[in-house]
Design a protein around this ligand. Structure first.
Ligand code: NDP
Ligand code: HEM
Length: 505
């Protein structure tokens, strides 16, 4: 803890406090007097110390640093912070686990959040990604249900492998992310030793109005390092805060972690002919088909001074965009555009953009938004609070308007057209990317969790593994002692038939 020079203790409104050890009482053994306003203020502030924790990603660690551009990308984007090789922009980063509470262990099997806030001269840009390039679902309607399965059973208040595997086995598009999650990448050794991905496709557009579809990959310069299942389980008990500690201590030692930003970029024409649905977050863009280009470097070099002020109150939002960067029609991303601002209003209040870590410090707000709880700045002073006005207030500038994209079709609840491709990429991951050791660890990690669920769920899920890769399904089925013929039969059915054939009693 930092040592401070001697100062007189005061109350919240600056009055000096003469004694902070003894409450005011009627005589040395008498009851406490109502007039001890210092005691009342201290207790009532304490009573309100907690704000709601994040509904997901509650446990996390943050740090400041910068992003430096290392390649000319002006033909792809007009974003000012990406406009010049060598240009640096201040950044705040927060890494997190997803399902656990604020005090949960850093080594739990879970995706890791990888959230970045760039304080650009055109306003804050947030890249709120994960350490996995894909996700479990591809429609935002499913998100609250999915997250309920990652939290606690409503009856027992225990984590429930049954809820998790029931949902995944009923949601076949989850198989790619489930395969990554149960590989050792589901338990990174530290936050410094993992990659960060946008996972979604975003839009970049240049000064001429040409647009491109892009995906971000922040590749760790520390190298990928993971914990095995048993190492992670041991770490949860030994040091539940190991990754928070590691990030803090590395930066305090002057060992600044860094990541190289690589982008995958497709022109709209290339996207039309592309074999994968680029708005389906359960899919990656194979590197051979879209080779990534190196764009910049992210370096973290300063620890926060106060966790609550800077990390707990940090608020990231995929809809914090700057000119040159836009969203794609990815349905999940569209859902996220609503959800983050909405949750921040609930968690932090309507003026959360005034909290220093969230302020657009390099492009101060000039708007007609006024008032509300905790409006702690000058609130627009005596200037006009409406637009248009004749008093020289800030005016819109149409040069920051985004180029349009073509959209058509029938408004309706559409399913993804490419739904039968869900097993190809996880199969390739298992067969071509993983080593034999990776596969052995994957199967063992799955057995430890899926083994705790009812048999019909095990059978249903094994059929999905089998559809991704016969060896994958066979090894899990054997490990669980399941009838392989049954698994193969289930794998040959449609999802509807499979679910009907595996009722849970
Ligand atoms: P490549 O061989 O070109 O790339 C494989 C990628 O897989 C590398 O980026 C590597 O990351 C990553 N990787 C290695 N082990 C694992 C693991 N256990 N879990 C998740 N990722 C891992 O292949 P393709 O581009 O053709 O993709 C094949 C498969 O690789 C995909 O289906 C996907 O599952 C996975 N992958 C692909 C990515 C992409 O954007 N194309 C990104 C990440 C994963 P690293 O370089 O950091 O070691
Ligand atoms: C945090 C919603 C999908 C990455 C959150 C929070 C909500 C939320 C409500 C809490 C925010 C806060 O309290 O500050 C959703 C919804 C999703 C979705 C509705 C889908 C429809 C995703 C995906 C990713 C992601 C696909 C990654 C690609 C994150 C990260 C955080 C977060 C990194 C933590 C940010 C921080 O460090 O403060 N999400 N999420 N989420 N989400 Fe999502």
């Amino acid at each position: 803890m930092a040592k401070k020079k001697k100062e007189t203790l005061t109350g919240a409104f600056g009055h000096p406090i003469g004694n902070d050890l003894n409450s005011v009482t009627a005589g040395p053994r008498g009851p406490v007097l109502m007039q001890d306003v210092h005691l009342l203020e201290k207790l009532s502030h304490f009573d309100r110390e907690r704000i709601p924790e994040r509904v997901v990603h509650a446990k996390g660690a943050g740090a400041y640093g910068y992003f430096e551009v290392t390649a000319d990308v002006t033909k792809y984007t007009r974003a000012a912070f990406l406009s010049k090789v060598g240009k640096k922009t201040d950044v705040f980063a927060r890494f997190s686990t997803v399902g656990g509470e604020k005090g949960s262990a850093d080594a739990e099997r879970d995706p890791r959040g990888f959230a970045l806030k760039f304080y650009t001269e055109e306003g804050n840009y947030d890249m709120t990604g994960n350490n996995t390039p894909v996700f479990f679902i591809r429609d935002p309607l499913k998100f609250p249900d999915f997250i309920h399965t990652q939290k606690r059973d409503p009856a027992t208040n225990l984590k429930s492998p049954t809820m998790a595997w029931d949902f995944w086995s009923l949601t076949p598009e989850s198989i790619h992310q489930v395969t990554i999650l149960f590989s050792d990448r589901g338990t990174p050794a530290t936050f410094r030793n993992m990659n960060g991905y946008s996972s979604h496709t975003y839009k970049w557009y240049n000064a001429k109005g040409d647009y491109f579809w892009v995906q971000y990959h922040f590749k760790t310069d520390q190298g990928i390092r993971n914990l095995t299942g048993p190492e992670a389980a041991a770490m949860c008990g030994k040091d539940p805060d190991h990754a928070t500690r590691d990030l803090h201590d590395a930066i305090a030692r002057g060992e600044y972690p860094s990541w190289t930003l690589e982008m995958q970029i497709l022109t709209p024409k290339q996207a039309e002919k592309f074999g994968w649905d680029i708005f389906d977050i359960t899919k990656v863009w194979p590197h051979k088909e879209v080779p990534p280009i190196t764009v910049g470097k992210l370096v973290l070099n300063r620890n926060p001074e106060n966790y609550f002020a800077e990390v707990e109150q940090a608020a990231f939002n995929p809809s914090n965009l700057v000119p040159g960067i836009g969203v794609s029609p990815d349905k999940m991303l569209q859902g996220r555009l609503f959800s983050y601002h909405d949750t921040h209003l609930h968690r932090l209040g309507p003026n959360y953009h005034l909290i220093p870590v969230n302020q657009p410090k390099n492009a101060p707000e000039k708007s007609y938004q006024r008032d509300g709880a905790m409006r702690t700045d000058h609130n627009g002073g005596g200037g006009p609070n409406y637009w248009p006005n004749s008093f020289g207030g800030p005016a819109p500038d149409n040069t920051s308007i985004e180029p349009p994209i073509p959209l058509d079709g029938q408004g309706g609840r559409h399913e993804f057209a490419h739904k039968n491709d869900d097993f190809v990429q996880p199969g390739n991951l298992y067969r071509h990317v993983m080593t034999e050791q990776d596969r052995a660890n994957l199967v063992s990690n799955i057995l430890g969790s899926l083994g705790q669920t009812p048999k019909p769920i095990q059978l249903r899920q094994c059929a999905l593994f089998y559809k991704a890769d016969a060896d994958y399904g066979t090894r899990v089925a054997k490990g669980l002692g399941l009838d392989l013929t049954k698994v193969k039969t289930l794998a040959s059915m449609t999802q509807e038939e499979r679910v009907a054939a595996t009722p849970v009693k």
